[in-house]
Design a protein around this ligand. Structure first.
Ligand code: ADP
Ligand code: ADP
Length: 226
């Protein structure tokens, strides 16, 4: 389990547009931390900075005790799930899941075992040889999740991962993601527009407004909801 800390973090684009102002927050190891706020308030920018896909203009970011401002994404031991899942259309489900593992010098047997294990957890065993276009939306979502957890990443970043699913599947996947996060002890940083997702999944919720933290608290404090 890993902790993520932002200390006076600022993000400015083109030397003039500041989109995040002095962000101070510590996301605890194993916490399910939800980021909400209106479109354009800086949620994706914050996720991308944590992932190492954007430079930090000022301030420090820590993973556990280590300052990671200059640490490249692959060294951060985190995984990311996007709204559109970003699966490779020409690769099979098994190849999509194992894609990141080949860079880690793992043996073929180890990779195969991992793929089998994670496929079982996410009920994808029957689909390993299919291509993404042969899957339903929920199954694709699960492949993206499988790819995110197969590497044993201790931090997972999700940017509106359920927004393309129908209501029934969203309800189901909400529970599935939450359960998996708990079971694996993943530190989750989860962006959503959906108040129900925030309330039912989040240990804490942070509301961003025009690049500033407006409020951080438990769901009951934010929405008056147990
Ligand atoms: P959100 O995810 O909350 O919708 P974003 O983090 O995508 O917000 O964007 C925050 C602000 O930063 C927006 O005003 C957006 O226009 C601006 N922004 C995002 N990326 C860039 C970029 N590459 N260059 C300049 N401005 C950007
Ligand atoms: P490649 O030709 O690149 O090895 P494969 O489709 O054979 O592509 O497999 C990709 C990865 O997923 C491999 O590491 C393989 O061990 C694993 N894999 C493939 N099919 C299965 C399967 N049915 N069950 C478990 N793991 C599989």
């Amino acid at each position: 389990m890993k902790q993520v800390s932002l200390n006076n973090v600022v993000k400015t684009y083109d030397k003039q547009t500041t989109v995040l102002h002095n962000i101070n927050v510590t996301i605890e190891a194993g916490e399910f931390f939800v980021l909400v706020g209106p479109s354009g308030c800086g949620k994706s920018t914050m996720l991308r900075m944590i992932a190492g896909l954007e430079d930090i203009t000022a301030g420090e970011m820590y993973i556990d005790e280590q300052v990671v401002n200059d640490l490249p994404p692959v060294k951060r031991e985190l995984s990311m799930v996007f709204q559109n899942y970003a699966l490779y259309p020409h690769l099979t489900v098994a190849q999509n899941i194992s894609f990141g593992l080949h860079a880690k010098k793992m043996s073929k047997a180890t990779i195969q075992q991992r793929v089998e294990d994670v496929a079982k957890t996410l009920q994808l065993t029957a689909y390993l040889t299919r291509k993404p276009r042969e899957l339903s939306g929920g199954q694709r979502q699960r492949v993206a999740l499988a790819r995110a957890i197969v590497s044993d990443a201790k931090i997972c970043l999700m940017d509106e991962p359920l927004s393309n699913l129908d209501a029934k599947l969203r309800t189901h996947m909400r529970a599935e993601i939450k359960q998996l996060q708990r079971k694996l002890g993943i530190t989750m940083i989860y962006v959503t527009h959906d108040q129900i997702e925030a309330m039912t999944m989040g240990d804490r919720i942070m509301i961003l407004h025009e690049g500033e933290i407006q409020q951080i608290g438990k769901p009951i404090d934010i929405y008056n909801y147990p």
